[in-house]
Design a protein around this ligand. Structure first.
Ligand SMILES: NC(=O)c1ccc[n+]([C@@H]2O[C@H](COP(=O)([O-])OP(=O)(O)OC[C@H]3O[C@@H](n4cnc5c(N)ncnc54)[C@H](OP(=O)(O)O)[C@@H]3O)[C@@H](O)[C@H]2O)c1
Length: 267
């Protein structure tokens, strides 16, 4: 199914984590629909390369910024104001991932993940949602994960932060809906991107075995759901079934798996 932009009055989109993976797919698909783009990520060279390529299609701005900081959301809004833009679509996509027990994780890594997945999307939702509420239009898209459907040892911080995003965004949706602002959550399953440490996850093999899908279909399903004003989408049948199975998995089963998986310590 081809993507159709819902409302011609909306002209600009901001995508966080736009230089790779699902964020890049969002940027490419929004560019194909004609949106002026603000692309944000932490790697200057990669981001500028993507922005230069998409600038052949639409007006594109690159903002290099570490979003894993409490001040980032405010700084990003100030940078957008300096460009003289109003954001009509915010795609809160930037994220990181690591396997391991909480007790073994570096405190700075934990704090950065929570800043990136919890604090910055919440504050961006607050700042840009408030402006959209004033204009009575706009879309906020939050990238959660099917790991939000239960509580998993080994990805406790990642899963809990994605669960927060889902819960926060659903409540924000109810707050903003009466004002004509849409909030959509996309919860992807395993997707073939650079999110995973190649020493731990063989993305090529997982894709060949169809355990992982490409980022393009995930972004497409998310944008379709967003333009349709839907609350939540889990892209792909396999991920839907997986999310459903995870939601039903009893605690004892998760504990049993925890005792057997090779990437967690055994007492
Ligand atoms: N891949 C999956 O299986 C999967 C499944 C469910 C949900 N998700 C979610 O999908 C989103 C996109 O991930 P992806 O799979 O596309 O992985 P990815 O290719 O690694 O993309 C992550 C993006 O986030 C940006 N980012 C990371 N830390 C940042 C920081 N401190 N400041 C600014 N930008 C930062 C990265 O840019 P820089 O490297 O330039 O910082 C990159 O563009 C994430 O929220 C992830 O949790 C992914």
């Amino acid at each position: 199914m081809s993507l159709v932009r819902a409302d011609a009055s909306m002209k600009t989109a901001l995508v966080t984590g736009a230089c790779s993976g699902i964020g890049l797919a969002f940027a490419e698909q929004l560019a194909a629909l004609g949106y002026e783009l603000v692309l944000v990520s932490n790697r200057k060279a990669e981001l500028e390369q993507v922005a230069a390529r998409l600038a052949a299609t639409v007006k594109t701005h690159a903002i290099v910024m570490d979003l894993a900081r409490t001040a980032a959301a405010q700084e990003l809004v100030a940078a957008v104001d300096q460009l003289g833009l109003e954001i009509d679509i915010l795609v809160n996509n930037a994220g990181v991932f690591f396997f391991g027990e909480v007790s073994d994780a570096e405190p700075a890594k934990i704090a950065a993940m929570l800043e990136l997945h919890v604090v910055t999307p919440s504050l961006l939702g607050r700042h840009l949602g408030r402006r959209m509420r004033d204009r009575r239009r706009g879309h906020l898209l939050f990238v959660s994960s099917i790991s939000a459907w239960n509580d998993f040892p080994g990805i406790a911080l990642y899963g809990a932060s994605k669960k927060y995003l889902k819960s926060f965004a659903l409540a924000l949706r109810s707050e903003l809906r009466p004002w004509g602002v849409n909030v959509t959550i996309v919860a992807p399953g395993a997707t073939a991107t650079g999110l995973y440490d190649p020493k731990v996850v063989d993305v090529g093999k997982a894709t060949r075995l169809r355990i992982m899908t490409g980022p393009g279909p995930v972004a497409r399903a998310a944008l379709q759901a967003m333009f349709a004003g839907r609350a939540l989408v889990v892209p792909g049948l396999a991920s839907k079934l997986f999310a459903w199975g995870m939601a039903l998995a009893p605690r004892w089963l998760i504990h049993l798996v925890r005792l057997r998986v090779p990437w967690l310590r055994r007492p």
